[in-house]
Design a binder for this molecule. Structure first.
Ligand SMILES: Nc1nc2c(c(=O)[nH]1)N[C@H]1C(S)=C(S)[C@@H](COP(=O)(O)OP(=O)(O)OC[C@H]3O[C@@H](n4cnc5c(=O)[nH]c(N)nc54)[C@H](O)[C@@H]3O)O[C@H]1N2
Ligand SMILES: Nc1nc2c(c(=O)[nH]1)N[C@H]1C(S)=C(S)[C@@H](COP(=O)(O)OP(=O)(O)OC[C@H]3O[C@@H](n4cnc5c(=O)[nH]c(N)nc54)[C@H](O)[C@@H]3O)O[C@H]1N2
Ligand code: SF4
Ligand SMILES: [Mo]
Length: 669
């Protein structure tokens, strides 16, 4: 047998871990961490270890498909793309450019050669109907950074040398973070705990909480009250006064805004003992500088904007931003992305009350209405799975089925692809080259050649969109690349050059380390050289927030063995992680739910069944259920109509009031 080992990097999530794959011909047999990879040093999470299963997924798409007489049928690329181009032209000529919408999912961003070509097509279509995951997971981050710094994509990352790290609503041990990222979470958390303290604020005792030095489990949705109290007290004693006077505006307005949040209010709202809250305040005063960061537990909640603002305030009041031992900012990332950030006016015609998001997109919450009102007639889905990711999947399914064109670019047959009129069977990550520059891995560079040849009729996504573009009269490939003869490696070369990276060095080394962090550069790029500590729209939002009560709420949780819907079906392996409803035993007892039994979770918007997993690690009053599963889809509980944030258009996915009951069968037993 001609077994060999090939080095690559994993592209299931943005963490880009070095991987060594054992390959035999076209079979990928095994995946292990690459010990020689300088950034990830042999680390590979369970999803990366499942790369062979993902690659050989039983539902891999082998051919492009087209809906003929109501059924999806495999067709040739020429047929599929000719027909799709004709349909898009017809839709545009009949209904206008806005009738063609695009949705970009998470996996689009790891296809480094395909995503820019797809983006070029969307730009050329000149349609305002753009949607992406941005408005599902953390639009508050861009919204708040924009208000405080004038730069929506100026996002902090915790410094390696931080002596006090506070993680709120984030579980990087499993997720690797999001707005910030931890490449090798356990060793980073250990290093922080050795040199100082790590506090985790989470209603669940997560693996990250286990690795921390302290864990507080507040009531979901109450983080803002804890933060407001901390800011209030630090402004009285412990703030870097001289720094604030020189480099911040709005100190007095911030002081006034947080004044109502005394210890009693913070304790009542969070349901934390006063002593625990004071311990955290003391830890901050001891450390002086802090690195406070959030995850989706905060950014998907009703108080997302306000809590995100108060995290900024806490970092600034302690003089921790843009300084060693606190938080760093990456100038390269800011410059690369800021060009894309624009703030348009209102939402789409059917949802004028919604904002247009900073990244020049409409909120995902508007898509159903746009389709039902006939404004959107064609939708291109690029590496996303809206049927599991969006709220209200029943309504979305009906809306998608009404579309004149639904073209889905994916690697497996997803629930969304099953509704498509055109299925674009893309080459998977091991069948194509990639060159990742920047992103959440900072300024590092990763390169991988194709590990195996693309099987069957699968084609790299850059080729698919370039060919579609060509049929629409568009030349979408970077200057000088001839679509008829081009290879992945030609595009790698263009990409490296565009980012000012030597392609020969990249091919030889495979990874270039991130540039060392730089400090002290942000201030001069702020409007008037100052942090805006109290943007009036955030002060108003804080004043009108209603403190969460003691009722049962649903909170989000990522699954260990899947990435959103990727691998959530087990990819043909016997061991499959079923979605389980985590619930505290005493909450379960009070509603008659038993461990391991099927239960029904209901919200004002719908209901879903899942197996109860009684667990003392989740606090009373919270239940959690992961998303990404087609069968037990938690998004039956969420809504695209109510509880949508009026400033960012984000759907509330954390802190949804629910009831949990045994199912009739469980009751009968
Ligand atoms: N209730 C609830 N809903 C949520 C969340 C939650 O916490 N709770 N989380 C939200 C968040 S944070 C996000 S980011 C969204 C995710 O929303 P999406 O990004 O829409 O969902 P994914 O399941 O990640 O979809 C990725 C798709 O890309 C495909 N894919 C994988 N690799 C490739 C490839 O190499 N090429 C191509 N062309 N396609 C590929 C996969 O098969 C999959 O269909 O969901 C959101 N929805
Ligand atoms: N294994 C795996 N990794 C992933 C993903 C995946 O699906 N699987 N998805 C990726 C994506 S798209 C994203 S956006 C990131 C997200 O990465 P994270 O933001 O780290 O997401 P989670 O791991 O769900 O952690 C959110 C935590 O918030 C807690 N929480 C819920 N509500 C509240 C609250 O009101 N207050 C506080 N303080 N905590 C709360 C939850 O208990 C949970 O532990 O993960 C990425 N990484
Ligand atoms: S963290 Fe896991 S899924 Fe993400 S790149 Fe690394 S191995 Fe792949
Ligand atoms: Mo996400």
């Amino acid at each position: 047998m001609a077994r060999s080992e090939r080095r690559s990097y994993c592209r299931i999530c943005p963490n880009a871990c070095g991987v060594v794959l054992t390959v035999d011909g076209e079979r990928v047999l095994a995946a292990r961490g690459d010990r020689e990879h300088p950034r990830t040093k042999g680390y590979l999470c369970p999803k990366g270890r499942a790369l062979p299963a993902w690659h050989h997924h039983p539902d891999r798409l082998d051919h492009p498909h087209r809906r003929i007489d109501g059924a999806l049928a495999p067709v040739g690329w020429g047929d599929c793309l000719d027909h799709l181009a004709g349909e898009l032209t017809r839709v545009r000529d009949t209904w206008g450019a806005p009738a063609i919408a695009v949705y970009r999912g998470m996996s689009a961003y790891s296809d480094t050669l395909g995503q820019p070509v797809a983006a070029g097509l969307f730009d050329a279509l000149e349609s305002p109907s753009r949607y992406s995951v941005w408005t599902l997971d953390l639009p508050c981050a861009a919204y708040v950074a924009g208000l405080i710094t004038g730069h929506p994509l100026l996002w902090p990352a915790p410094d390696e040398a931080a002596s006090l790290v506070v993680l709120i609503g984030s579980n990087p041990m499993l997720s690797h973070g999001h707005a910030f990222s931890l490449d090798v979470p356990r060793s980073t958390l250990r290093a922080w705990a050795r040199q100082g303290e790590v506090w985790v604020i989470d209603p669940r005792r997560t693996a990250t909480a286990e690795a921390a030095t302290r864990h507080l489990a507040p009531r979901p949705g109450s983080d803002y009250a804890l933060l407001a109290y901390l800011v209030r007290e630090l402004l009285r004693d412990g703030a870097d006064e001289e720094y604030l006077a020189r480099q911040a505006s709005g100190v007095d307005a911030l002081r006034a805004a947080v004044e109502p949040f005394d210890l009693a209010r913070a304790a009542a709202c969070t349901d934390l003992p006063e002593g625990e809250i004071v311990d955290l305040l003391d830890a901050i005063r001891r450390a002086g500088r802090v690195a406070v960061h959030t995850g989706t537990g905060v950014t998907m909640s009703a108080a997302a904007n306000v809590a995100t603002w108060l995290v900024w305030a806490l970092n600034i009041v302690t003089g921790s931003h843009d300084r060693p031992g606190g938080n760093r900012f990456d100038p390269g990332a800011m410059d690369a992305f800021s060009a894309a950030a624009r703030r348009g006016a209102g939402g789409p015609p059917s949802r004028p009350e919604l904002p247009r998001f900073i990244m020049d997109e409409y909120p995902c919450a508007a898509l159903c209405d746009e389709i039902e009102s006939g404004n959107v007639r064609a939708l291109l889905v690029v590496s996303g799975n809206p049927l599991t990711a969006f709220p209200n999947p029943d309504r979305l399914r009906r809306a998608l089925a009404r579309l004149e064109v639904l073209a889905v670019a994916d690697v497996v047959q997803t629930p969304t692809a099953q509704l498509a009129t055109h299925v674009l069977a893309c080459a998977g990550q091991l069948e194509r080259a990639d060159c990742l520059v920047g992103g959440t891995i900072g300024t590092a560079v990763e390169y991988s050649p194709a590990v195996v040849a693309a099987a069957a009729e699968r084609r790299p996504m850059w080729w698919v969109f370039a060919e579609l573009g060509r049929r629409l009269g568009l030349d979408l490939l970077p200057g000088g690349v001839d679509g008829a003869t081009a290879t992945d490696e030609d595009l790698v070369e263009r990409r490296a050059t565009a980012f000012d990276v030597d392609v020969e060095v990249v091919r030889r080394e495979r990874h270039l380390p991130p540039r060392p962090p730089v400090y002290g550069w942000v201030q001069e790029r702020l409007p008037a050289g100052r942090w805006q500590l109290a943007p009036p729209e955030l002060v108003d939002q804080l004043a009108t927030l209603v403190d969460p009560g003691p009722g049962l709420v649903l909170i989000p949780a990522r699954a260990k063995h899947s990435f959103n819907s990727v691998l959530a079906d087990g990819a043909g392996r016997e061991r499959r992680e079923r979605p389980r409803l985590a619930m505290h035993p005493s909450d379960a007892a009070s509603v008659g739910v038993r461990d391991g039994e099927e239960t029904r979770v209901s919200s004002a918007h719908g209901s879903v069944c899942a197996v109860a997993h009684l667990d003392v690690r989740i606090r009373r009053g919270a239940v959690s259920l992961s998303h990404g599963y087609a069968d037990a889809n938690v998004n039956h509980l969420t809504s695209e109509q109510v509880e949508v944030d009026r400033y960012t258009g984000m759907v509330r996915l954390s802190g949804v009031p629910v009831d949990v009951t045994p199912t009739d069968q469980a009751r009968a037993r």
